[in-house]
Design a protein. Sequence first.
Length: 275
Amino acid sequence: MKDPGRPIAMTVAGSDSCGGAGVQADLKTMAALGVHGMSALTAVTAQSTAAVRASITLPAELVRAQIDAALEDARPLSTKTGMLPSKAVMEAVVESITCHGLTNLVVDPVMIATSGSLLIEEEAVVAMRDMVVPLAELVTPNIPELGALTGLETDSDSAIQTAAEALLEGGAANVLVKGGHREGAAVDILYTERGVVRFSEERIGAGTLHGTGCTTSAAVVSFLARGFDLEESVGRAKRFVTESIRRAFPVGGGGSLLDQTAAGRVVEVRRERTP
């Protein structure tokens, strides 16, 4: 394999026709952070910033073929999964990850679009928890996704911690619970076997947004590819997403799109460590 001269990361996720989330958001984020992004599509969606109108799951063998082809002559230093719409697709992705020995896997458990549309089959939720999560260096659920993955309540701080710990017990190395669905400061919480780290930034009143979860996980993957450790990658990603939200812009009647390009400069984030 040739030396590409820059870090490489990979995204395995769905396509968003309005360009604000999914593979499109992932690749924009990676490029903004100086990382070359490779991709494998799992689904094609017909969506605007306001709603998902149609979606088709790609054949599992085609998903596997995309990953294998990309890895024939290039090696990602980190990989993320986004929309994995079916159990069959998950099985193909898990086989590829295991076969190629991919490391630094970040699992963004995409299940529900910002518009409220269900993006994966119901049986795929269980498959994600049992098959994909145990391979993850980091899982990045928002609060509703955390509840769906674990089947537990997430209506209080203690309940959220219990649910996050359930994912750790299920095999995830680390869990980042995103705080976008809560009131007050925008606090993402990283749960590890060593303790808890909180990443806090001001909450920006940007209204409804499209693509924040994809951008978060793609930014973490980008910083991992650049050689930062997990905590540093999460902290830098948090700051990057905050700046992307600050510069968000509307393109239609739904959620505004994050401006990853303008947020390419990332500064250190404040971190509060708890035992």
